[in-house]
Design a protein around this ligand. Structure first.
Ligand code: AHR
Length: 330
C-alpha cells in the first residue's frame, strides 16, 4: 500500500519544490466573505477543511483565510470536524453553488472518487492541499499542494538512528488519524529509516488522532503496558504535548527518561523542544494559503500548473528551536 502510494506520487509529473458542524452553504466556522458562485471577475473558492484538531490546523486555516482576503478571492469555508462524510457534504454543496474552484485537505486518503467525479462533471477544478488522496485517476484533481510526509517520517527515523547508535532502543509510536495520508506516510518513512537498525524496536503503535487529548490517553496506556520505553515518536506536536503530560504524571522526565520526536514545529512544540522536553522536531509547514491562492488563480485562468507542489521544510534540535522561536510565525 505504502509502496503503491509512493509510486503514484513519484509518477506524477512536474514536481516543484517551492517554498461548528458543516456550514458549507456559505457560513462556515471561518466565515464566507462574498457573493458565492461564479459571476463577475472575482474568484469564489469552496474550501473543505479537516477540522481544528491541532495547532498546525489552526495555523493552516488562518493562512488560508488571510491569503484569500489578500488575493481578493471569495472564500466559502467549512470545518468537517475530522469526518469524511462532512467533507463530502461540503464539497457537494460547493458543486451545487457553482463555485469556481474547490480546495480541500482530505481527512483520509480513500473514498473520494465519486465526489471528485461529480466535481469533474460540473467542470469545477479541485486542488488538494496538505493531504493526498489515493485515487488512481489523477485527472480528478488539478494539483496537490503540501508536504512529503514519507520524507518527514524518514527524517524522524534518521535522527533516532544517529542518536541511538547501537544502544537497544524501544520505541512507542502515537500515530495520526487512521487512514490519513500523514499517518500512513509518517509511519512508513520512520520504518524505512530505522529498519536497518536491529537495536531499534517499535514495541507499540496506536492512533492519537492528531490531538493533545488523544496523545495523553494513548501515552497513559503505553506507560501502563510497558516499563521499558526509551523513545516516543508522535506524528504531531499536539500528540507529543499530550504525551508529555502523561509522562510527567507517571513521575518520569520527558526528553530524558523518555526521548521524544514529533512532527510539525508549531509554537507550543518548539517551546517544549527549547525547554528540553522534546528532543527533535521535523517541520511540516502549515502556511499553504499564499501558494494555494496563486494556484487557484492559475487553474481558473486555464493555465497549466504542476501536478504536485511541495513545501520546503526543515528539522529542529533543541539548540535550533531556541534560536528559531523568537521569529516563529506560528
Ligand atoms: O495533515 C497535516 C497534519 O494534520 C499535521 O501534521 C497535524 O498536526 C494535523 O492535524
Amino acid at each position: 500500500m505504502g509502496k503503491l502510494r509512493k509510486r503514484m506520487l513519484t509518477a506524477l509529473a512536474g514536481v516543484v519544490a517551492v517554498t461548528g458542524l458543516l456550514s458549507a452553504c456559505g457560513g462556515g466556522s471561518g466565515g464566507s466573505t462574498g457573493s458565492g458562485g461564479s459571476g463577475g471577475d472575482k474568484i469564489t473558492m469552496g474550501f473543505a477543511q479537516v477540522g481544528a484538531e491541532s495547532g498546525w490546523r489552526t495555523a493552516n486555516t488562518k493562512s488560508i483565510q488571510e491569503s484569500a482576503t489578500s488575493a481578493g478571492i471569495t472564500l466559502k469555508f467549512s470545518d468537517a470536524q475530522q469526518k469524511q462524510a462532512n467533507q463530502i457534504q461540503a464539497i457537494r454543496s460547493y458543486i451545487q453553488q457553482r463555485v469556481d474552484v474547490i480546495a480541500f485537505s482530505p481527512v483520509v486518503e480513500s473514498g473520494w472518487d465519486p465526489v471528485l467525479q461529480e466535481a469533474k462533471a460540473a467542470k469545477i477544478p479541485v486542488i488538494l492541499t496538505d493531504r493526498a488522496v489515493d485515487s488512481k485517476d489523477t485527472s480528478l484533481y488539478a494539483t496537490f499542494l503540501g508536504s512529503d510526509f514519507i520524507k518527514e517520517g524518514e527524517k524522524a527515523g534518521e535522527w533516532l538512528v544517529k542518536d541511538a547508535g547501537s544502544k537497544p532502543t524501544n520505541v512507542v509510536e502515537i500515530s495520526g488519524t487512521t487512514g490519513s495520508a500523514p499517518a500512513l506516510d509518517r509511519a512508513e518513512g520512520f520504518r524505512n529509516a530505522t529498519k536497518a537498525s536491529p537495536n531499534i524496536k517499535i514495541i507499540a503503535s496506536q492512533t492519537g488522532d492528531f490531538t493533545r487529548a488523544g496523545g495523553k490517553q494513548v501515552m497513559e496506556a503505553f506507560l501502563k503496558a510497558h516499563k521499558d520505553i526509551d523513545v516516543l515518536y508522535a506524528h504531531n506536536d499536539d500528540e507529543g504535548l499530550g504525551a508529555i503530560e502523561a509522562i510527567k504524571a507517571a513521575g518520569l522526565t520527558p526528553g530524558k527518561d523518555i526521548k521524544i520526536i514529533t512532527v510539525d514545529a508549531v509554537h507550543d512544540g518548539m517551546q517544549a523542544l527549547a525547554d528540553g522536553e522534546i528532543n527533535y522536531i521535523v517541520e511540516c509547514n502549515p502556511l499553504l494559503g499564499p501558494q494555494l491562492m496563486d494556484l487557484a488563480k492559475q487553474v481558473v485562468d486555464g493555465q497549466s500548473i504542476p501536478k504536485r507542489v511541495e513545501t520546503k521544510e526543515t528539522t529542529f534540535d533543541q539548540a535550533q528551536a531556541k534560536e528559531a522561536l523568537p521569529s516563529r510565525q506560528y
